[in-house]
Design a protein around this ligand. Structure first.
Ligand code: NAI
Length: 458
C-alpha cells in the first residue's frame, strides 16, 4: 500500500499529525501497536490520571472542606473498583473518539508494530507499506531505577499506579515531579500514607520555585511527607518495599507497601529500526531533528516526546500539526516560548514563559510581582483562596516574560496569559483588558497592575 504520509505512533502528536495531513489532502495512515489509539496520554497518562484526580478530589473535599460551608455528611465511602471503572470508561470514550476522527478524516489506522525499512518503507508485522514521508511519533516511557525494575505490583510506574486493584496502605514515591505529586495526591486522598523521596532540594523542578514552595507547603498540610535531597541507593522487596537512602552523610531506611518510581521519562523507539534506517539519536536516545522536525534522513520527521523539549501532550500536538503543514508546503510555527505547563494537584500549579530562575540566569532586567487569591473576591466566596498569581515583565519594554499561578483552577486560568505571551503583549495590555467580576481571573489583572506598583485591591 502506498501513502503520502505514514505516521508511526497514535498519541496526541501522531494522531494530530495524521489528521492534519489528511485534511491537507495527503493520503495518510497512522501505525499504532496498542489496541487503542491515543498513546500514553489517553491510555495511561493525562486522561486516566485526571479522571482519578477529579474523583479523589471530590471525596477529599467532601470530607475536609464541605463543613466550612455548613455541609455535614458522613465520611465518604470509597468504592475503588467503581472509581477505576469510571476512569476506564472515560479513557474508552476518548480512544474510540480518535478512531471516529480517523474515519471522518479518512486516515487509515494500521494496527501493529512498525519497523523502518530504508527511507520510504515500513514493515508492519510482515506487511510492507510505502510512503513519501514518514513521521515518527512513538513517544516516551517511564525511566526505571536499575535496582528497582517495574513489576506493577509493588514497584509501580505511572502506568501501574493508574491500574491498582487496591489502595496501598503506605505508598513511597521516588521523585516529586509532576507525575509523583499528581498520583501521590490521588492515593493520599484515598487514604494511603504517602512519602516522597526526592533527589533535589525542591519539588516540581520544572516550575518557578515560588510555585514549588507553595505546593510543597500545601501538600505537607494535606498529610504528605517529603524527604528532599535524598538519593535512593538500594531496595529490598522481600517484605513490602524497603528503600535505603542517603542524604549528606545520613543513611535511612523507608518502608512501605508499594513504591511509585516517578523519576522522569525517556524517549521510546524500541524495535523501530532507527539506526538501520540511518535516523540518528543523541546520547539520551532523543531523535535528532533540525528546525523543520527533519531527522538525519530527509524524508523522515520526528516530533513529541521522541525529540528534545518538554514532554507534554500539547507540545506534541502542536508539533504534529506543524509537521503535517510543513510537509504539505505551508510555513507553520511552534511557539515554544508560550507552551504552558500544569500540575493538576490541589491547588493546581501552572506556568508559562520564563520562570524567575530562568530570567535571572539570562541576566534579564525584569520586574516581578505577586497577587494573592486571598484578596480575590471569587476565591474567597468559594473558600479556595490559597495561592497567588506571579507575573514577570521586562522592566523597560514592559513585555510579559512569564506568568505563574498557584491556586484553584490554575490549569484553566493559564490560558489567558498563554495567549498574552504568544502575542508578546505587555503587562499594560493585560491589565487594560476588562476581566469579569467576580472571577478568579481578576487576580491576573491585579498581578499585572502590581508589576509596576498599581494594584487596586492590595
Ligand atoms: P519530572 O522530570 O517532572 O520529575 C522527576 C523528579 O524525579 C524530579 O524532581 C527529579 O529530581 C526526581 N528524581 C530523578 N531521579 C531521582 C532519583 N534517583 N531519586 C529521587 N528523585 C529523583 O518527571 P515525571 O514526574 O516522571 O514526569 C515525566 C514527564 O511527564 C515530565 O516531562 C512531565 O512534564 C510529563 N507529565 C506532565 C503532566 C502534566 O502536564 N500535568 C503529568 C504527568 C507527566
Amino acid at each position: 500500500m502506498k501513502y503520502d504520509c505514514l505516521v508511526i505512533g497514535g498519541g496526541p502528536g501522531g494522531y494530530a499529525a495524521a489528521i492534519r495531513c489528511a485534511q491537507l489532502g495527503l493520503r495518510s495512515a497512522c501505525i499504532e501497536k496498542r489496541k487503542t489509539l491515543g498513546g500514553t496520554c489517553l491510555n495511561v497518562g493525562c486522561i486516566p490520571s485526571k479522571a482519578l484526580l477529579y474523583s479523589s478530589e471530590l471525596a477529599w473535599k467532601i470530607e475536609t472542606q464541605a463543613g466550612a460551608h455548613g455541609i455535614f455528611s458522613q465520611k465518604p465511602r470509597i468504592d475503588f473498583e467503581k472509581m477505576m471503572a469510571r476512569k476506564e470508561g472515560v479513557v474508552a470514550g476518548f480512544t474510540q473518539g480518535i478512531e471516529g476522527l480517523f474515519k471522518k478524516n479518512k486516515v487509515d489506522w494500521i494496527q501493529g508494530s512498525a519497523l523502518l525499512k530504508g527511507t520510504n518503507q515500513v514493515d508492519v508485522e510482515g506487511t510492507i507499506f510505502e510512503a513519501r514521508f514518514i513521521i515518527l511519533a512513538t513517544g516516551s516511557e517511564p525511566i526505571a531505577l536499575p535496582f528497582l525494575p517495574f513489576e506493577n505490583q509493588k514497584v509501580l510506574s505511572s502506568t501501574g499506579a493508574l491500574a491498582l486493584r487496591a489502595i496501598p496502605k503506605k505508598l513511597l514515591v521516588i521523585g516529586a515531579g509532576v507525575i509523583g505529586v499528581e498520583l501521590g495526591s490521588v492515593y493520599q486522598r484515598l487514604g494511603s500514607e504517602v512519602v516522597f523521596i526526592e533527589f533535589l532540594d525542591r519539588i516540581c523542578p520544572a516550575f518557578d520555585s515560588s510555585l514549588s514552595k507553595g505546593l510543597e507547603k500545601s501538600l505537607r498540610a494535606q498529610g504528605m511527607t517529603f524527604y528532599l535531597s535524598h538519593k535512593v541507593l538500594k531496595a529490598d522487596l522481600s517484605q513490602g518495599v524497603s528503600l535505603e537512602t542517603q542524604s549528606g552523610e545520613k543513611q535511612e531506611i523507608f518502608s512501605g507497601d508499594a513504591v511509585l518510581v516517578a523519576v522522569g521519562r525517556k524517549p521510546y523507539a524500541e524495535g523501530l529500526g532507527l539506526s538501520g534506517a540511518g535516523v540518528r539519536q543523541d546520547e539520551k536516545g532523543f531523535v535528532q531533528i533540525d528546525a523543520s522536525f527533519r531527522t538525519s534522513v530527509p524524508h523522515i520527521f520526528a516530533i513529541g516526546d521522541l525529540v528534545q523539549g518538554p514532554m507534554l501532550a500539547h507540545k506534541a500536538s502542536e508539533e504534529g500539526v506543524a509537521v503535517a503543514e510543513l510537509i504539505a508546503g505551508h510555513v507553520p510555527k511552534v511557539d515554544y516560548f508560550s507552551i504552558p505547563n500544569v500540575a493538576y494537584t490541589s491547588p493546581e500549579v501552572a506556568g508559562v514563559g520564563l520562570t524567575e530562575e530562568e530570567a535571572k540566569q539570562r541576566s534579564l532586567n525584569y520586574k516581578a510581582a505577586q497577587f494573592p487569591f486571598k484578596a480575590n473576591s471569587r476565591a474567597r466566596c468559594a473558600g479556595e483562596d490559597e495561592g497567588f498569581v506571579k507575573i514577570l515583565a521586562e522592566a523597560k519594554s514592559r513585555k510579559l516574560l512569564g506568568v505563574h499561578i498557584f491556586g484553584a483552577h490554575a490549569s484553566e486560568l493559564i490560558a489567558e496569559p498563554t495567549l498574552a505571551l504568544a502575542q508578546r503583549l505587555t503587562v499594560d495590555q493585560l491589565f487594560e483588558t476588562s476581566h469579569a467580576h467576580p472571577t478568579f481571573s481578576e487576580a491576573i489583572k491585579e498581578a499585572a497592575l502590581s508589576v509596576f506598583g498599581l494594584p487596586i485591591h492590595l
